[in-house]
Design a protein around this ligand. Structure first.
Ligand code: URA
Length: 237
């Protein structure tokens, strides 16, 4: 037996938070009766529906996408922009694990496994993310030291980071920096560099939870192997 919101999220229908919203708003029925209380225990043998749709246990699918720039990380967009789901051919309802900005490229995991999504995006999990940032201006090691100790963005200090200079182009007045963080706050990398007086011109995520872009070109994707999924679970359990 599992909590109702967890069963809904694990089915791939929506996130756990969204499932809780549906429950309190009276959109969820268990064996034909509306349940508005959070935490009721059910199993997949109970007949569960959300907004009139029956919940079934789906096969779990795990996709690693090389997100190109100019695509939104969301299931739909009210401005009609292309979304990451437009790049993937699947019959399952997949969700991105975390976000990359419209103009950021790189590793993006998508899945209908609500449990791993919640765990990987939980702020306490310390999942490693490596970004390559192209910065306007010539950055110095001392600037990076400030960044690595933690800077205040949106009223809260960022946790410790690692960073190193990969390249300096004096003629173009740009720098390329590799930076490793363990949080996933909104526009975090851009805000961190802004704090120390630099603008991020280009941003790419090279690593997420040990997964890299190896073998993929921009816009392409592959399925994770069972071994890779097990490793993801071992990182969060
Ligand atoms: N930090 C950002 O600023 N943007 C991203 O897309 C990811 C991390």
């Amino acid at each position: 037996m599992e909590r109702l919101q967890k069963v809904i999220a694990n089915s791939g229908y929506c996130s756990r938070r969204k499932a809780e919203e549906y429950i309190v708003n009276g959109k969820v029925k268990v064996n034909g009766s509306v349940v508005r209380k959070l935490g009721v225990k059910v199993s997949f043998s109970d007949q569960i529906s959300v907004c009139g749709t029956d919940i079934k246990k789906e096969d779990k699918e795990y996709i690693l996408l090389y997100k190109p720039r100019g695509v939104i990380t969301s299931a739909s967009d009210d401005k009609g922009r292309k979304t990451v789901l437009d790049l993937i051919d699947t019959k399952n309802r997949l969700y991105p694990v975390g976000r990359l900005d419209y103009d950021t490229s790189g590793v993006l995991l998508l899945t209908n496994d609500g449990e791993i999504t919640n765990k990987l995006t939980h702020p306490k999990r310390n999942i490693e993310k490596v970004y390559i940032a192209k910065i306007d201006g010539i950055i110095r090691k001392d600037d990076l030291k400030v960044l690595c100790k933690g800077v205040v963005i949106d009223g809260r200090k960022t946790s410790k980071a690692k960073a190193r200079i990969r390249k300096i182009d004096k003629k173009k007045n740009t720098s390329i920096v590799e930076i490793t963080i363990h949080e996933g706050r909104n526009h975090q990398i851009k805000k961190m560099f802004n704090y120390i007086g630099f603008n991020v011109i280009k941003l790419k995520r090279e690593v997420f939870a040990g997964l890299t872009l190896s073998g993929l070109s921009s816009g392409k994707y592959r399925h994770l192997s069972i071994k890779e999924v097990k490793i993801l679970y071992s990182l969060v359990d």
